[in-house]
Design a protein around this ligand. Structure first.
Ligand code: COA
Length: 261
């Protein structure tokens, strides 16, 4: 299937999505959200996609934010819907029960930073820059920036970044815990794919259950109900063929052969 604003590739058992408006630094317009929404539906309905990578085309930007030309047409009533639609797509992405990894290859500003934050893991190239510059445009972040950045880096740091609109580089983003790793740009995709291949070598249902259990904290922050949910999923994984295979392979001192059942 081909899309106007992104490239969707199914590679082995994972999906690679490349935001593809390089002439606009991959700015997120309505069509891009429609396209991403459609890709998310494909992934939700596939039984053989076990991970997803999102990156940007070109060497300059992951995504430089919401499309400011489109945004400019918003008023008080349409602005709320503008924010709700992007937020809804990003929430669907975050709720996928396969690992979603952002390979941030340059600017991740505004909606670009928010999109990266709605992924489960973020790897970045050394030239990546992060920020929520919305206050420069007379708005606040509208795709979850105030909520996810605060959860990721804490209230004081999120407050400073959002109310100043300051950009930070990849090293600073790493220091703050906003991203998992920093790589030279020439190695970013290779390192990301290596990580995905590592995930693909694990028991797929166990990986999915782990993602689901960790994501549960966004639904309910209460430890006791989180522990109960984890135990439920743990029981489920104990009923899989891969659990038997994994434990027997350990005892027989051989590599497991997982089948995703
Ligand atoms: N929406 C729409 N178009 C955008 C865009 C955005 N968020 N960000 C960049 N572009 C476009 C520019 O208008 C320009 O298009 P043009 O060649 O038709 O004029 C093209 O992408 C290249 O951007 P340019 O600004 O010339 O690149 P630069 O290297 O000088 O600066 C940035 C890079 C990222 C610092 C700068 O583009 C920028 O500040 N972008 C907006 C970031 C932002 O405020 N995001 C939050 C949006 S809510």
């Amino acid at each position: 299937m081909s899309y106007e604003t992104l490239i969707y590739e199914k590679r082995k058992n994972y999906a690679l999505v490349t935001l593809n408006r390089p002439e606009k630094l991959n700015a997120l317009n309505k069509q891009l959200f429609d396209d991403l929404d459609s890709v998310i539906s494909i992934i939700e309905n596939s039984s053989d996609i076990y991970a997803m990578i999102i990156t940007g085309s070109g060497e300059k930007a992951f995504a430089a934010g919401a499309d400011i030309k489109e945004l400019n047409a918003s008023d008080a009533s349409t602005g709320e819907r503008f924010s709700q639609y992007g937020s809804k797509v990003m929430e669907r992405l975050e709720k996928l029960n396969i690992p979603v990894i952002a390979a941030v290859n340059g600017f991740a500003l505004g909606g670009g930073c928010e999109l990266a934050m709605s992924c489960h893991i973020r790897f970045a190239s050394e030239n990546a820059k992060f920020g929520q510059p919305e206050v420069n445009l007379g708005i606040l972040p509208g795709y979850g920036g105030t909520q996810r950045l605060t959860r990721l880096v804490g209230k004081a740091v999120a407050m400073e970044l959002i109310i100043s609109g300051n950009m930070i580089n990849a090293d600073e983003a790493y220091r703050l815990g906003l991203i998992n790793h920093v790589y030279p740009q020439s190695e970013l995709m290779q390192k990301t794919e290596e990580f995905v291949n590592l995930i693909l070598s694990k028991a797929p249902l166990a990986v999915k259950a782990s993602v689901e259990a960790i994501n549960y904290i966004d639904k309910n922050n209460d430890l006791s109900s989180g522990l109960a949910f984890e135990s439920k999923l743990f029981g489920k994984t104990c009923g899989t063929s891969d659990f038997k295979e994994g434990t027997i392979a350990f005892l027989e001192k051989r590599k497991p052969n997982f089948i995703g059942k």
